[in-house]
Write a protein that binds this ligand. Structure first.
Ligand SMILES: NC(=O)c1ccc[n+]([C@@H]2O[C@H](COP(=O)([O-])OP(=O)(O)OC[C@H]3O[C@@H](n4cnc5c(N)ncnc54)[C@H](O)[C@@H]3O)[C@@H](O)[C@H]2O)c1
Ligand SMILES: [Zn+2]
Length: 372
């Protein structure tokens, strides 16, 4: 093995415990890392077609530990997270040959991870899968925690399951081909984790944020590790999102409504919408007096410094009706028992779930944001 993975985290859950491996050159060395999980089992890699060139490193390495290796390419993009693709993949995998010990490998961003995890969760009533996330967003967020699924024509992620992976391999080398926009989008989820639970991590990010976005590998490994560690702690506490796991939705009630307003047309990325959503959650917190303008300024300055979007106007000119945006926020699945729940910042590194925010105060914020 050329280089060992630098770091490892163990996620211990009721349903399953698994390891996340972080580092460089992981694809080429995946046989060493995965040997204990997959030796001589039949493996089917489902990959994002954009990674065609990288696939040979992964399959070359895995072919050292199994003679039964297949791969299936999936078209890039959110459209592939559909029931049609779910159904196609199921049939394709059965056609290639699958048994209860077969393992699926999800090689791609969050779309592939969510899709393949869902296929694995129902294939022969549930088989194992391994996540090899290839976007920054997927490495720090979607590849851990076990939420899988596809989109419905009525909304995102409405059809799915909880199905934890067997292992996660996070290789920073693969991030080199991502666009700046994709990296910024992933960084938004990193900063989200810090703001939820870790003031010291936030402070560290204010020193190294730009280096992480623009490609310092060592710092990237560190940042991904730290973000995953926060998500790990929260998921361990509440695997099925009955309580504190909702904290991970900081910025997402606004963010999802922004994405939905533009019909997921690809003009803005999830992390960009979340970035603006976090700032709006702070503005809401200011309005209700739960945080201070000093704390908000520190956060806002960091967002601006690293190039994270901070207002709806900066993202798109398509959002011009506050009532429609409010309506979309209420369609979000976090609306239950007639009350919309918000994750409201208190201090840096501390947020709270609140179900007592009046529609008037939210609407007045949206009015200021959209009509300014
Ligand atoms: N399960 C969860 O807990 C969870 C959490 C957050 C987000 N998500 C889901 O994740 C998805 C978003 O994830 P994403 O941003 O990774 O999307 P994605 O998988 O669509 O990847 C983004 C883009 O990058 C391309 N790409 C992937 N790897 C690349 C690489 N190494 N180099 C160059 N291009 C590459 C893809 O083809 C795509 O065009 C959404 O569907 C969202 O709902 C799930
Ligand atoms: Zn998110």
């Amino acid at each position: 093995m050329k280089k060992k993975p630098l770091k490892k985290l163990s996620v211990s859950l009721k349903s399953k415990s698994y390891e996340i491996y972080f580092g460089y050159d992981i694809l080429e060395n995946s046989n060493y890392i995965l040997e204990k999980y997959i030796k001589d089992k039949s493996i089917i890699i489902v990959y994002d077609q954009i990674l065609e060139k990288n696939l040979k490193f992964l399959s070359g390495s895995l072919s050292n530990i199994t003679n039964n290796l297949e791969s299936i390419g999936v078209k890039s993009g959110e459209k592939s997270k559909s029931l049609e693709m779910y159904s196609f993949l199921n049939e394709k995998i059965i056609e290639k040959g699958v048994d209860r010990k077969s393992i699926l490998v999800a090689f791609g961003g969050g779309v592939i991870g969510d899709l393949v995890g869902f296929v694995a969760s129902t294939m022969l009533r549930g088989i194992d899968f391994i996540q090899i996330p290839t976007t920054l967003l997927a490495q720090v967020d979607s590849s851990i925690g076990g939420k899988t699924g596809v989109n419905s024509i009525y909304g995102k992620n409405l059809i799915g399951s909880f199905h934890q992976p067997l292992a996660v391999l996070s290789d920073v080398n693969i991030l080199k081909s991502l666009s700046k926009k994709e990296l910024i989008s992933g960084y938004a989820e990193i900063i989200k984790h810090a703001l939820i639970k870790d003031k010291i991590f936030f402070k560290w990010l204010t020193g190294f944020g730009e280096d992480i976005i623009y490609g310092n590998d060592e710092l990237r490994v560190e940042a991904i590790y730290k973000a995953c560690n926060i998500k790990r702690e929260i998921v361990q506490e509440d695997e099925l999102e009955n309580g504190p796991r909702a904290l991970l939705n900081l910025g997402h009630t606004f963010g999802h409504a922004i994405e939905s307003y533009v019909n997921y047309d690809g003009s803005l990325l999830h992390g960009e919408a979340v970035s603006v959503g976090i700032i709006l959650a702070y503005k809401l917190a200011l309005k209700i007096g739960s945080t201070s303008s000093r704390e908000f300024d520190i956060v806002l300055n960091h967002f601006k410094k690293v190039g994270l979007p901070t207002s709806i106007k900066q993202l798109t000119d398509k959002i011009d009706n506050k009532n429609k945006l409010w309506q979309l926020m209420q369609n979000d699945k976090k609306f239950s028992n007639g009350k919309l729940s918000f994750i409201i910042p208190e201090k840096i590194g501390q947020v709270k779930i609140r179900n007592d925010i009046s529609s008037e105060v939210v609407l007045s914020l949206l009015k200021e944001e959209i009509e300014k």
